[in-house]
Design a protein around this ligand. Structure first.
Ligand code: LRH
Ligand code: MN
Length: 413
């Protein structure tokens, strides 16, 4: 993209925005300061039970994963953090990893525990972990989470994300109330080990890998448990963890109303937990979610700083780094558009019952092309004018294949 094209489109947009009483520089600062964490488990080709097609040059260890995230940070200036998954990315040498991350200006966002797979631990999680009828297995799962907190403390993380696959595939298989009780008691033991300045992010999911019941299937169950645990426990919203046509922006508004929103796992989906690129399927929903977020923060329902922003995606057919560049861009665009909503006019429409007017206000913001704004925020932060074009022009994937090999496979899903 020729730079002068960028300048022309930015000055045109600035004119439009100032006509609406909006300060372009203020918006650019807001966008530039909005950083999204990248998951350590999404830097290789993801797979499904039907197969996994390697991309070539996948990171072979945590150091190389940090290099990939460092590259994303350098090109996009939209990410400054990694969210690690344990044991997939347990540091072999904590000091070395801390130094590597510091050199790449990457901090450690929430840590993720894993009690949904067997990876050599003494007791299997086949029939569940924190909800397992066997108290020894529950104890093992609690200890794993306490270990993840210890690793996170050394790295400077301030959060523990707990997602449980726990549930059942058939009616009668599980005692639903006891499973919920054991899960709550196990989470209390984990919560007791949480440093005072940490957050416990409790992630819900309606189904998969269990297909009859899941112990924490929805925001309500997660919120009930969090309320029971204490103020440091809040609800993590993974956009893919909702049954079709769920009004996710209403869930976000409700959680902010209760100051119980922990944060996000951004992705998109058409059917189930598809983990597709954020904003690639339902960009209007993403915009509406950010409208609730920016308005909720403006009206002090919950502070913006208390919310964690993370991507959680899986790349079956795209180059992971290209996918993450696109996702970071579409999240920033949705945020930028939400800042353009004429709140005063919208509130007026809501008070007057002007349904048509209200939609016009939202669509006006959503249909505004904010790409030059997001580009300018990136350039002013030292990023690339067009990261995707730069990534391809510099043949970065080809170079990684030469350096790392064609058949390397990153740890993760
Ligand atoms: C579960 C989930 C969870 C992670 C896993 C990689 O579907 O969203 O956040 O632990 O993906
Ligand atoms: Mn998730």
């Amino acid at each position: 993209m020729p730079t002068d094209f960028h300048q022309k489109s930015l000055s045109l947009l600035s004119e439009q925005l100032s006509a609406r009483g909006l300060d372009t520089n203020f918006l650019i600062q807001k966008i530039a300061s909005f950083q999204i964490a990248v998951p350590s488990w999404a830097l290789g080709a993801g797979g499904t039970r039907f197969g996994r097609f390697l991309i070539g040059g996948e990171p072979r260890n945590l150091e190389e994963k940090l290099e990939d995230i460092g590259l994303l940070a350098k090109l996009t200036k939209r990410t400054d953090a990694v969210s690690l998954h344990i044991p997939w990315d347990i540091p072999q040498d904590v000091q070395l990893i801390k130094q590597k991350a510091a050199d790449l200006h990457i901090r450690f966002d929430a840590m993720n525990s894993n009690t949904f797979q067997d990876y050599g631990q003494p007791l299997t999680y086949k029939m569940g972990s924190l909800s397992n009828a066997d108290s020894d297995i529950r104890k093992q799962a609690v200890e794993h989470n306490l270990l993840v907190i210890e690793v996170g403390k050394e790295l400077g993380s301030k959060g523990l994300t707990v997602w449980l696959a726990d549930g059942s595939n058939f009616p009668g298989q599980a005692h639903i109330r006891k499973a919920l009780q054991w899960t709550t008691e196990s989470l209390q033991d984990i919560y007791a080990g949480l440093p005072a300045d940490w957050k416990l992010l409790l992630e819900y999911k309606p189904y998969e890998p269990n297909f009859y019941h899941t112990v924490i299937p929805d925001w309500g169950t997660s919120a009930l448990i969090c309320r029971h645990l204490g103020e440091q426990a809040k609800v993590l919203v993974d956009l893919g963890h909702h049954l079709p046509n769920t009004n996710i922006e209403q869930i976000v508004a409700t959680l902010m109303h209760q100051n119980m929103l922990a944060g996000f796992h951004f992705n998109d989906s058409k059917y189930g937990d598809d983990d597709l690129s954020t904003g690639s399927i339902k960009p209007y929903q993403l915009f509406l979610i950010f409208c609730e977020l920016t308005n909720g923060a403006e009206e002090k329902a919950q502070s913006w700083e208390s919310i964690s922003w993370m991507i959680d995606a899986s790349h079956n057919t795209k180059d992971p780094l290209e996918d993450l560049i696109q996702a970071l861009e579409s999240i920033s665009q949705a945020y930028a558009k939400s800042l353009l909503v004429d709140r005063k006019k919208l509130n007026q429409c809501q008070l007057e019952g002007d349904v048509v007017g209200a939609q016009e206000v939202l669509q006006d913001a959503f249909l505004t092309d904010v790409r030059s704004l997001v580009r300018e925020a990136r350039i002013q932060s030292g990023g690339e004018l067009d990261p995707l074009d730069y990534y391809r022009r510099e043949r970065i994937r080809e170079k990684r294949i030469l350096q790392r090999g064609k058949n390397t496979q990153a740890s993760g899903l």
